[in-house]
Structures are given as C-alpha cells and as structure tokens.
Design a protein. Sequence first.
Length: 266
Amino acid sequence: MNFAEQFSLSGKVALVTGASYGIGFAIAEAMASAGATIVFNDIRQELVDKGLEAYKAKGIDAKGYVCDVTNEEQVNELIAEIEKEVGVIDILVNNAGIIKRIPMCEMSAAEFRQVIDVDLNAPFIMAKAVIPSMIKKGHGKIINICSMMSELGRETVSAYAAAKGGLKMLTKNIASEYGKYNIQCNGIGPGYIATPQTAPLRETQADGSRHPFDSFIIAKTPAERWGDPEDLGGPAVFLASDASNFVNGHILYVDGGILAYIGKQP
Ligand code: NAP
Ligand code: GCO
C-alpha cells in the first residue's frame, strides 16, 4: 500500500448516524470523497428524504434508512438490512445527538434521561450491533462524536456534558476491549461548530449585535471563528482510514484551539 492509499476509504462501507445534515452530513461527504460507500439514518422519513436529496446534489449515491438509534430493536434491524443490501459496515460514526440547555435543577429526570439515551446509550447500542461483523471481517473503525463537554462543563448542559463525558470513556473502553480484533475506536471532539444545534447560540440580537455567546466563543477560540462542519471531514477520514490503524482510544479535538487557550483578555 503506498502512502496515499493509507488514507483511502475505497471499498469501505461507512454508516453515519443522524447524517441528513450538519456534522454527520459533512463527515459522510468527506468519507465519500475518500471512496467510501455512504449509509446514513435519521429519525424521520422526511429527514432521510431531505438527506438523500442533499447527497444526490453532491453526486453521492448514499443509502438512507429511518431508525431511532435509541431503539435497540430498530438498530439491529437496521444493521441486518444494511448488511443484506449494502455490505458489512467497516466504519461506524456515532454522530446522532441532541442537547437540552436547561439549568440542572430545572431539568426533569425524564429530560436528563432523554439526552443520555441519545448521546450515550445509543452509541453503545450501535457499537454493540456492528462489532460482531467487524470481528468476523477482521477489522473495523468506530468514531464517536464527543464534544468540548467531554472535558469541560458549563451552565445548562449537565445532561449533555454527562453524556459526552461518558462517551469519551465508552470510546476508551471499546478500544480496550476490542483492539485485539483490529477494531479501532476513537472520538472526535468538535469545538463550537455552526450547525442547527448551535444556531440558538449565534442568533443576531434585536439590536443587530452578535449573540453574547457568539462573542464569548470567538474570544475563547484562537482561530477566532466558529468551526464549519467541513472542518471535521479530514480528521474523520483519517480516523476511518488505515492511516490510523495504531491510533486507538484517542479523542481528537477539532476545536480551533479552544482547549489549549485561556481566552482573550476582555
Ligand atoms: P444537529 O444539527 O442537531 O443534528 C443531529 C442529527 O442527529 C439530526 O439529524 C437529528 O435528527 C439526529 N438525531 C437526533 N436524535 C436521533 C435519534 N434518536 N435517532 C437518529 N437520529 C437522531 O447536530 P450537529 O450540530 O450536526 O451535531 C452532530 C453531533 O456532533 C452530535 O452528537 C453533537 O452532540 C455533536 N457536536 C456538535 C457540536 C456543534 O457545535 N454543533 C460540537 C460538538 C459536538 P433530528 O433533526 O430529527 O433531531
Ligand atoms: C453548548 C453547545 C456545545 C456544542 C459542542 C461543543 O450549548 O455549549 O451546544 O455543547 O454543541 O458540544 O463541543
């Protein structure tokens, strides 16, 4: 294999969860550019249809399925259907996620559980469903989309931080338990990325000024900008490729330097 081929995903099947748009879509697009066959799921048919149109517009012949990643029965049916229709999954990207921004003491236990269910339990369910075939095939790549909140807390995101902190450790544990089968499990920790999930934090104020949180993030980021979903494509391709076969249990932070920086003096 020549050096460049190490980064190729040709012949590989990549499943990206929650990838009709946002970070998942950008990661899937990059993996398609590296040669992967793209499969994605979303929670509603209209979202899957929207995603299929978006992939087609990019010249990507993706396959989309409706599946709630928190539902183990649906997930097992999804994996069986993909294996029958497309092939064994070589690369799993656990991207689907939600956030609820509520002060902890005002958050109900049900709301807390819902975030944990999607952001932590679902990656467990998805990984458990794909690993047996990866073991049979002799290789596999699992990439969990973590967060700044895998390392840091902030007001109103207790459930999300607990989930993403847990996802960091689940990543390390999958790496530890299944590395002997040539399965690498790593995480990507995006910084603050301009997607629908963070749109409320970037809304222009009534007086035309920037959202205070928007200005805060700019001051905390050495790159002095929000990330774009496309900033995550290269790191994801690296972790999905043979170039990272000895990288295991690592969380690759793609954050413009936030975690390294105390922040700009006001
Ligand atoms: P997003 O725009 O909210 O997209 C999340 C996707 O996941 C949506 O397509 C959503 O579908 C889907 N999803 C949610 N619950 C699902 C379920 N139960 N089953 C299947 N699909 C489900 O989020 P994003 O900003 O692209 O973020 C993607 C991932 O990156 C998330 O894990 C997020 O926590 C993480 N992340 C984001 C940032 C950021 O700054 N944006 C930074 C760090 C990490 P619906 O539209 O139907 O809900
Ligand atoms: C928030 C944001 C963050 C980002 C991301 C940062 O409310 O603080 O939504 O949580 O989504 O996780 O890495």
